[in-house]
Design a protein around this ligand. Structure first.
Ligand SMILES: [Ca+2]
Length: 454
């Protein structure tokens, strides 16, 4: 069984629309925008075509910046669950990724970049519906349905919860339920306003209509809500058992809380799609630990992807000055923040690199200096046969799309794509047409690019 993120095979007919290249100037943590006032909400599609060709680079030897790591088999063994579990898939086999037999030669052609949407105000996430249409969130608090045949963006849907739109907060990720054709259900993560100027990440599930959401139900709320505009995470994915994984941030000023388990700061959380808690979570039965917690010691999780062969969830998270990480979170594991990091504090204060020696789990991969990763997908389509199994990660401060080459669970090479566009890349997904869709982050001219090989 494949756990691909997009299962429909509607071939979208593309009306090519234009591009207006625009550097946004946001650097560092890399995330903080330079402009927090919502811009005009007009979304326009321009009428010129733009393509960018790039010469592929061979997948060479392993980079010398990567740590030597040994990965273990994932130990998830779902047990009988007495809680309500609408999507509980029961017992499954979780496999290790199989090492590749070797690099696949690129087919004739080159990377083609077609800009299909422009003028987006603070876009944040995309996901595809089984009929080929696309959902688009904007941090302003707006959810749209995009007709991918005409690249027409709908008016904002009603029914979206009120969001705390400031700093890095607002409407964040969107995820389509694997059984959407039966239940019309989607999930949204967002920064939820609290009392006295506080905020925290929350997740709702809702029924998607043409113009509105209905049956909106909050299924998770990060506690405690705190003041501060940074590090809300967040990304959503389903794990191989049908549980929903919620990747969170440590809310920046609360970094030490990433190491304590009575809060949701810097945690990866695992819940059932209705918000109940799986009874095979790693800390079930420990009264001192919040039972939603799957793993901890994370900093700011803004990427999450499902391995196409194993169904296992991988994440990435921001480091501070260096030390962005890719991890394959295992039940109950501690990923070290803020006690271990391949970067250091912004002040220059050292943070020990060594994870394993301190009892923490080493990352599969890290970036020093930081690229400020956001968005993540495995590629499993036929347009890029030579990129099958690669991980694609958007880079905000790094202003490129990272192609991370995997051999089994080992990272063996990396290539920077789309550097010519000079844009902050917020999200990347594989579409139902097997193209890669890359969303750029901007206060007024966010763009969606369709990547093919022609
Ligand atoms: Ca360090």
């Amino acid at each position: 069984m494949k756990y691909t993120e997009c299962v429909a095979h509607t071939l979208v007919s593309l009306t090519l629309v234009g591009v207006l290249l625009m550097a946004s100037g946001c650097q560092d943590d890399n995330e903080n925008g330079t402009e927090l006032t919502p811009g005009a909400d007009t979304i326009s599609a321009l009428d010129t075509n733009t393509t960018v060709d790039a010469t592929p680079q061979p997948d060479g030897a392993k980079s010398d910046v990567m740590p030597d790591i040994t990965t273990n088999a994932d130990t998830v063994e779902p047990e009988d669950d007495t809680t309500t579990a609408p999507n509980d898939a029961g017992t499954i086999d979780i496999m290790e990724p199989v090492p590749d037999s070797g690099p696949v030669e690129p087919p004739p052609g080159a990377l083609k970049v077609t800009t299909v949407l422009s003028g987006l105000v603070r876009p944040w996430a995309i996901d595809f519906l089984p009929d080929g249409r696309m959902l688009l969130t904007r941090r302003t608090g707006d959810l749209h349905i995009v007709d991918t045949a005409t690249w027409t963006v709908s008016a904002p849907l009603s029914g979206v919860p009120a969001v705390w739109y400031d700093g890095q907060g607002g409407l964040l990720d969107v995820l389509v339920d694997p059984n959407f054709e039966e239940n019309n259900t989607i999930y949204l993560s967002y920064s939820e306003p609290g009392s006295n100027g506080t905020a925290g990440t929350a997740v709702v599930r809702a029924t998607l209509g043409e113009n509105s959401l209905s049956q909106v139900a909050k299924i998770f709320e990060q506690v405690p809500k705190v003041v501060g505009p940074n590090h809300f995470g967040s990304r959503l994915q389903f794990d191989p058992t049908g549980a929903l994984m919620v990747g969170l941030g440590e809310r920046f000023d609360y970094l030490d809380d990433a190491q304590t388990l009575d809060n949701h700061m810097g945690k990866l959380v695992r819940i059932h799609p209705d918000g109940t808690i799986p009874n095979d979570n790693p800390f079930i039965g420990d009264s001192n630990v919040l039972p939603e917690i799957w793993s901890y010691g994370h900093r700011n999780i803004q990427g999450m992807a499902v391995h196409p062969d194993t169904g296992v969830v991988y994440i990435h998270e921001h480091g501070p000055k260096g030390g962005d990480e890719i991890n394959r979170p295992e039940a109950g594991s501690n990923y070290g923040w803020p006690l271990a990091c391949y970067g250091d504090h912004y002040s220059g204060v050292d943070i020990p690199d060594d994870h394993a020696g301190q009892g923490f789990t080493e990352p599969l991969h890290y970036w020093t200096p930081s690229i400020a990763p956001s968005g993540m997908t495995f590629y499993d389509g036929d347009i890029f046969p030579h990129w099958k199994g690669n991980i694609f990660v958007g880079a905000l401060a790094g202003k490129h799309l990272a192609r991370v080459v995997m051999n089994g669970d080992e990272v063996v090479n990396e290539e920077q794509l789309l550097t010519d566009l000079n844009q902050r890349f917020r999200a990347v997904e594989q579409g139902p047409d097997d193209a890669l869709y890359v969303l750029s982050d901007d206060a007024s001219n966010g763009q969606l690019h369709r990547l093919t090989w022609e």
